[in-house]
Write a protein that binds this ligand. Structure first.
Ligand SMILES: Cc1ncc(COP(=O)(O)O)c(C=O)c1O
Length: 490
């Protein structure tokens, strides 16, 4: 029989008078509650907190921590999210007291080590991207997109004042782009216009030409794209965008496929963001803190958020005197804890190591693709970059098994599910990204599980997962109206 205690809330486990700590008797005079608290709070005292012994609390939280899957416990092929294993060494370095205990209001002179690190990181990101200037402030990839579009808007405003050209109102995004791209465009005050993809998954140049005009500020491209394909037309795309006076933005979420192999600045991008939590061992999840640094071409540098880290002689400084800057987008210098991890990652791997990271990511994805493609259709070809998108559409039509059924059943086999139903351009999409940190044995085991699942009965799959504490929650309701507060009547 299942241990009830493992599934109960602390409030349900509570026993009046039970304590987790024993304090010595007080040797100072007691004060009445009404001296210490306003009347309305004193009346509600003590609050109805659970009363438990220490082992009850420790077991409760330890059990909770094992109910979910994580990269440290399971293979996690969540496409687009790049859930690779992050070395613990980078965590330890970021937690060193000399870095973690710094206060952002300390004087610049007492922050020279951190500022040097951030300055060097800016330089490394510029080198990797083939661009000229960086801002480390944005707090996530999507925030980097927004920041870069705000930079673009400021640049075009300035240019319009000098040249009298009309306002640029549109940002173009391919239909395979991540939802944050059009969302960032809208938040930055642009009209988001979708550009179609061809049936083989690339930007439809005819549709792009039809939609590009002198009102286009930016075309946002993800390359490799969310189908795991590198769009070789990118130089031509850059040329078309530049011909109309617009800028090319590279969504750098998939940089782990091309590090040290291709540089966005070299293939025509004018600005881009990095997702250090996908590419450079930043921690994922929990809503942050994250980072989404951006790099831009020299003509956009004056508009970058302030401050940027500069070097004057042999001292590192925060430059605030930048009259064209869009201002701050994040307090202080950004989420430095994440940036320190990125710095450690880059220093550890070095230029050759980074190239090997990408080669391994692409090799692993192609190995897995080759192992599953005879059983699960992969509409966009026999080769991929760091991830590929399979489709359960045929199996659904033949046997009533959906991408969601397969994804849920994988949990029973001890694997995190791949991303499903994204990108929207593929029916019953399953977006699989093994990442470079997985060994052959793990990839083999995952492919075997996938094939075994496809041989199971539809009934078994419709009810999966069978081994998790909750099987199929109403995911929309859980996301939109989560109940995160306990109340006695709930
Ligand atoms: C292709 C792509 N672009 C942008 C983003 C947004 O990045 P973030 O989650 O850091 O805001 C993601 C995140 O998954 C992504 O996959």
């Amino acid at each position: 029989m299942r241990n009830q205690q493992a599934t109960q809330l602390l409030f349900e486990l509570s026993k009046p008078g039970r304590r987790g700590a024993k304090l010595p008797a007080s040797d100072v005079p007691a004060r009445s509650l009404s001296d210490l608290l306003p009347a309305e709070h004193a009346a509600a005292f003590p609050p109805p907190l659970p009363e438990l012994a220490e082992p009850d609390v420790v077991r409760h939280f330890t059990n909770l921590s094992t109910k979910n899957m994580s990269v440290d416990t399971h293979f996690y092929p969540l496409g687009s999210c790049t859930m690779k294993y992050n070395s613990k060494r980078n965590e330890r370095i970021a937690a060193l007291p000399g870095l973690a205990n710094l206060h952002p209001y300390q004087s610049e002179d007492s922050l020279q080590g951190l500022l040097q690190l951030l300055y060097e990181l800016q330089g490394m990101l510029c080198e990797i991207s083939g661009l000229d200037a960086a801002s480390l402030q944005p707090a996530a990839g999507a925030h980097g997109e927004l920041t870069a579009l705000m930079v673009a808007a400021a640049y075009f405003r300035d240019r319009a004042q000098q040249t009298g050209e009309p306002r640029r109102t549109k940002v173009l995004t391919p239909d395979s782009s991540h939802g944050t791209n059009p969302a960032s465009a809208a938040v930055a005050g642009f009209e988001a216009v979708t550009v179609r993809s061809t049936p083989d998954g690339f930007v439809d140049l005819a549709d792009l030409r039809a939609k590009l005009d002198r009102q286009t500020a930016v075309f946002m491209i993800t390359n490799p794209n969310t189908l795991g394909l590198f769009d070789r037309q990118v130089r031509e795309i850059a040329h078309l965008v530049h011909e109309q006076g617009g800028l090319l933005y590279l969504d750098g979420a998939n940089m782990n496929a091309i590090l040290g192999v291709a540089r966005p600045g070299d293939f025509g991008a004018d600005m881009m963001h990095f997702n250090p939590h996908k590419t450079f061992s930043g921690p994922h999840g929990g809503g942050g803190p994250g980072a989404g640094p951006i790099t831009v071409r020299a003509m956009l540098e004056p508009y970058l958020p302030s401050p940027v880290v500069t070097k004057v002689g042999d001292r590192y400084r925060l430059a605030f005197d930048r009259p064209k800057s869009i201002g701050r987008v994040r307090s202080f210098f950004g989420n430095t804890g994440v940036l320190v991890r990125a710095y450690c990652y880059l220093r550890t791997h070095g230029p050759d190591g980074l190239r090997r990271v990408s080669e391994q990511a692409v090799l692993n994805a192609n190995y897995l693709l080759a192992k599953v493609k005879d059983r699960l259709s992969v509409p966009h070809g026999d080769r991929c970059m760091h991830e590929f998108v399979a489709s359960a559409a045929k199996i659904k039509a033949q046997r009533g098994i959906s991408a969601m059924d397969i994804a849920k059943r994988l949990l029973d086999y001890g694997f995190h599910a791949p991303t499903v139903y994204f990108p929207l351009t593929v029916k019953e999409a399953m977006m699989i990204e093994p990442t470079e940190t997985e060994g052959k044995e793990t990839l083999d085991a995952f492919a075997d599980a996938l094939v075994r699942i496809l041989d199971e009965s539809p009934e078994t799959l419709h009810d999966a997962p069978h081994t998790t504490p909750i099987s199929r929650p109403d995911e929309v309701r859980a996301a939109r109206t989560p109940v995160v507060r306990w109340s006695p009547s709930a």
